[in-house]
Design a protein around this ligand. Structure first.
Ligand code: PLP
Length: 287
């Protein structure tokens, strides 16, 4: 397996970074998670745009153009002869002195890792998953914007730990006002009386690329699709609940905090959206 590391391809075993890298010392950097389906990189431009927006927001200048970055991602996939893969792009502030000051860092470190995908077990897509509400809250937009996919994911990691301790794999995260925001690394949708709702970005949810694809697919299918603020009560009483994300795709949630959702099985909207999502991802995308 070949890893792109600062302008070169190195073997997995040799892909190491300095202990003085501020990504390691302080979580100072940004990242993206991208998927390749049957040789098509799904929504590459949107991922690269979001990566550059994250970097700009934290004043991290990427010397490569977006086109060069996209080419490196595609080349890394080709070099590893992958057709279905998960791609992780990491840009750290780079090597600097001890101390927070990012201006001691000479140049950002760019890393691209592409791997064969370890999918969620297929059975989970058939049965759906259980989730619980966790005590950790989504960070507020006036601190570090939730729109930045920064290397500082501790909040989301604490969410994952809370979920794991409760014996489930995913969580429902609220924002500081108690409105539903998202999962640990997934967006949330609910379906109630034929209306599909997802929280708007300002609630604190990342505007996920899978989320955006699902909104488009739902609108194209003629469903009533709205970005609306909602509470846990609305989730508990929904007919269907599902999560979306690059890794999870579209996965049904059948129990929330012990409340069975609908009839306890993935619902018809969720199944249709998952099906149409899978049709889309294998058809469009950069080769
Ligand atoms: N929310 C958070 C906090 C995430 O990290 C992710 C993963 O990227 C998502 C939602 C889902 O976004 P996407 O569909 O772009 O992967």
């Amino acid at each position: 397996q070949w890893i792109y590391l600062d302008g070169q391809y190195v073997k997995k075993e040799d892909a190491v970074v300095s202990v003085y890298d501020h990504g390691f010392l302080y979580g100072d950097g940004v990242f993206e998670g991208i998927r390749m389906y049957d040789g098509n990189v799904f929504r590459l431009d949107e991922h690269v745009d979001r990566l550059y927006d994250s970097a700009k927001s934290i004043m991290l200048h990427i010397e490569l153009s977006k086109e060069e970055m996209s080419d490196i991602i595609v080349d890394t996939l080709k070099k590893n002869k992958l057709e279905n893969a998960y791609i992780r792009v990491v840009i750290s502030r780079g090597v600097g002195n001890l101390g927070l000051d990012p201006f001691t860092c000479r140049k950002p470190q760019i890393i691209v890792i592409a791997e064969q995908l370890a999918l969620f077990p297929k059975s989970l897509y058939e049965t759906g998953i259980d989730i619980v509400t966790v005590a950790s809250r989504r960070n507020r937009a006036d601190v570090l914007s939730p729109k930045v996919k920064s290397l500082n994911y501790l909040n989301n990691i604490l969410v994952k730990i809370e979920a794991n301790l409760a014996g489930v794999s995913e969580a429902l995260m609220l924002n500081d006002q108690g409105y539903v925001a998202e999962g640990s690394a997934d967006n949330i949708f609910i379906v109630k009386k034929g209306k599909i709702l997802t929280p708007p970005g300002y609630v604190g949810a990342l505007e996920g690329i899978t989320r955006n694809a699902i909104i488009e697919i739902a609108e194209k299918a003629g469903f009533v699709m709205k970005e609306e603020v909602f509470t846990r009560h609305d989730v508990y009483t929904a007919d269907e609940v599902f999560l979306t994300g690059t890794a999870a795709e579209v996965i049904a949630v059948v129990k929330v905090d012990g409340r069975v959702i609908g009839d306890g099985k993935p619902g018809k909207y969720t199944n249709q959206l998952l099906q149409e999502f899978r049709n889309t991802v294998t058809q469009d995308g950069r080769k």
